[in-house]
Ligand binder design. Structure first.
Ligand code: 5GP
Length: 202
């Protein structure tokens, strides 16, 4: 079976990435989200095993020492990592996998594999707009917002290393663009819109 593609999606915090990814995964077939491990505490409404696997720092560090992470990084003073096993298992089933990871993690993947891996950066229309969205979200304190804005400024510098850039001016449009990218990459490898191999018997 043809292995699935990996879509590495990075975006500064507050860009609307989570909303876009949830929509894309529910609207396209044969694509799944890779659930990361993190030492961050859950936000209200977040579910274990759905949004993240929430683990203690020592558990994370043990996994890291055992080489269980495909990539990992410290982001906003918390540790985040992607399980190698989960990614391998899903892509070998022919599924496309979305990884929502920061720019440091994306750089590690860029250094490791380039085949069947596509890098997509979702950018806010401007830093002022991002500040407004983070404040409206109301889930973070002022000091957390200011750290995230500073990080956003740094993260934007990595944009040139990505294959695709989507500016999230309007969620519906950003969802359509990301879906188009995924479908286009499937077509390149003779797969249909829903991810299945094309039957070209002639
Ligand atoms: P949040 O705490 O807002 O859910 O995520 C903070 C940042 O961590 C986001 O930029 C997100 O992309 C990143 N992140 C989430 N999971 C992973 C992961 O497994 N690896 C890396 N490198 N970054 C991650």
């Amino acid at each position: 079976m043809e292995k699935g593609n990996l879509f590495i999606i990075s975006a500064p915090s507050g860009t609307g990435k989570t909303t876009i990814l949830k929509r894309v995964i529910s609207e396209l077939e044969s694509i799944v989200f890779s659930v990361s491990h993190t030492t961050r505490t859950p936000r209200i409404g977040e579910k274990e095993g759905v949004d993240y696997f929430f683990v203690e720092k020592d558990t994370f560090e043990t996994m890291q020492k055992q080489g269980l992470f495909f990539e990992w990084a410290e982001v906003h003073a918390n540790l985040y990592g992607t399980s190698s096993h989960a990614v391998k298992e899903l892509t070998e089933q022919g599924k496309d996998v979305i990884l929502d990871i920061d720019v440091q993690g994306a750089r590690q993947v860029m250094d490791k594999v380039r085949e069947k891996v596509f890098f997509v950066f979702i950018a806010p229309p401007s830093l002022q707009e991002l500040e407004k969205r983070l404040a409206n979200r109301g889930t973070e304190s002022e000091s957390v917002i200011s750290t995230r804005l500073k990080n956003a400024h740094d993260e934007m510098k990595s944009l040139e290393h990505y294959d695709y850039v989507i500016v999230n001016e309007q969620v519906d449009r950003a969802v359509e663009v990301l879906k188009s990218i995924i479908i286009a990459e499937r077509s390149r490898k003779r797969r249909g819109v829903s991810g299945e191999p094309l039957k070209l018997d002639f």
